[in-house]
Write a protein that binds this ligand. Structure first.
Ligand SMILES: Nc1ncnc2c1ncn2[C@@H]1O[C@H](COP(=O)(O)OP(=O)(O)O)[C@@H](O)[C@H]1O
Ligand SMILES: [Mg+2]
Length: 282
C-alpha cells in the first residue's frame, strides 16, 4: 500500500499524520500543492497511490485537486463531494435542513435591500458570514439596524462578488463556548469545548480547548451531520441553544486538531490514518 498527503505546508497536523502513517508501516509521500502540475491527458501516474489525504490550506486548490483525482480514479480522504459540501456554508446549511439535522435558522440574499429585509425578518442580533471562510474571519454579529446598514454597504462597495452573497443566520445565545466534534467514518471519536470571552470561539482566535464528553445525543447529531455532507472525516461545530439543545453551526473538511489531542486524550491523527487505510483497502 502507498499513501500520499497533499498539503500546502507541513503544519503540526500534517506532522502528526506523517508519524501516524509511519507507525503503521504505511509508506506515505508528502506532495506540496505548490508544485503540482496536472496534465489532464496523463493522470495515470496518480494511480500509484492507493489513497491520498488532502490537507491543503487553500479551499480552491483542494477543490481542483480533489476533482482531478476523482477524474483520475484515485481514492481520496476527504472526497471531492464532501469538500464541495463543507467548503460553502450555505451548501452545508442546505444539506442539514434537507436531512432534518438541527441547525440555526439561515437565510440567503443577493442584494443590500433584500439582505436588509431578511435581517429585519430574522431580528437582532443576527450573524453575517462569508459563505467561504474559516478561523472566524469576517463572521460578524449585527446588533441593530444601523450596524446592518453600515455593514451591508461596506460589503456592497468594497467586497468582491463572493461578499455580495449574504448568508444571514440567527444568533444563538450560547454559553461562553461552543463544541467542536470530530467525526470519523460516521462515529464521533472526540469533542472539545471551545471557551472564550468573545462570542467567536475559534481556537485560532484564542478559544481555549477542554474535553467535552461525547454523549449519545451529541454523537447522534454529529454523525447525522457528517452523513448529510457525505461522510469521511469532518469536524462539526455545534452550538448549545437553551431551548432547542444542540444545533450544528457548520462542518469543516480539512480540520485542525493540534489543540484537541491533549485535552481529549484521543489519537485523532491515528483515527484519520486508520480510516485512510480502510478507504485504500476498500
Ligand atoms: N449563529 C451563531 N450564533 C452564535 N455564535 C455563532 C454563530 N455563528 C458563528 N458563531 C460563533 O462564531 C464562530 C465562527 O463561526 P463559524 O460559522 O464556525 O465560521 P468559521 O468557518 O470562520 O469557523 C463559531 O465557532 C461560533 O463560536
Ligand atoms: Mg467554525
Amino acid at each position: 500500500m502507498k499513501a500520499a498527503i497533499i498539503c500546502s505546508l507541513v503544519r503540526p497536523e500534517e506532522k502528526m499524520l506523517i508519524e501516524a502513517f509511519a507507525k503503521r508501516n504505511v509508506p506515505c509521500e508528502v506532495i506540496d500543492d505548490r508544485g503540482i502540475k496536472f496534465d489532464l491527458h496523463a493522470l495515470d501516474a496518480w494511480k500509484q497511490y492507493d489513497v491520498i489525504v488532502e490537507r491543503c490550506v487553500s479551499q480552491s486548490r483542494a477543490r481542483y485537486i480533489l476533482r482531478t483525482l476523482k477524474l483520475a480514479g484515485v481514492k481520496t480522504v476527504n472526497t471531492y463531494d464532501v469538500v464541495e459540501n463543507c467548503g460553502d456554508k450555505f451548501v452545508t446549511s442546505q444539506l442539514l435542513v434537507q436531512h432534518n439535522v438541527a441547525t440555526p435558522r439561515t437565510k440567503l440574499a443577493f442584494t443590500v435591500d433584500s439582505a436588509q429585509q431578511a435581517i429585519e425578518e430574522m431580528g437582532y442580533p443576527c450573524v453575517l458570514k462569508p459563505v467561504v471562510g474559516s478561523w472566524g474571519r469576517m463572521v460578524t454579529r449585527i446588533n441593530d439596524r444601523d450596524a446592518a446598514e453600515g455593514f451591508l454597504e461596506l460589503r456592497d462597495v468594497l467586497g468582491n462578488y463572493e461578499q455580495h452573497i449574504y448568508y444571514i443566520q440567527e444568533y444563538i445565545n450560547k454559553p461562553m463556548r461552543d463544541i467542536r466534534a470530530f467525526v470519523v467514518d460516521g462515529k464521533t471519536i472526540a469533542a472539545i469545548y471551545r471557551t472564550s470571552e468573545h462570542w467567536i470561539t475559534n481556537t485560532a482566535r484564542g478559544g481555549k480547548a477542554t474535553n467535552c464528553p461525547v454523549t449519545p445525543e451529541l454523537d447522534a447529531l454529529c454523525s447525522a451531520g457528517a452523513t448529510a455532507v457525505g461522510g469521511g472525516i469532518v469536524a462539526v461545530d455545534v452550538l448549545e441553544d437553551t431551548v432547542r439543545g444542540f444545533l450544528i453551526n457548520e462542518i469543516n473538511h480539512t480540520m485542525e486538531f493540534r489543540n484537541s489531542v491533549a485535552p481529549t486524550g484521543v489519537d485523532i491523527p491515528g483515527a484519520i490514518v486508520e480510516y485512510a487505510v480502510k478507504v485504500a483497502s476498500a
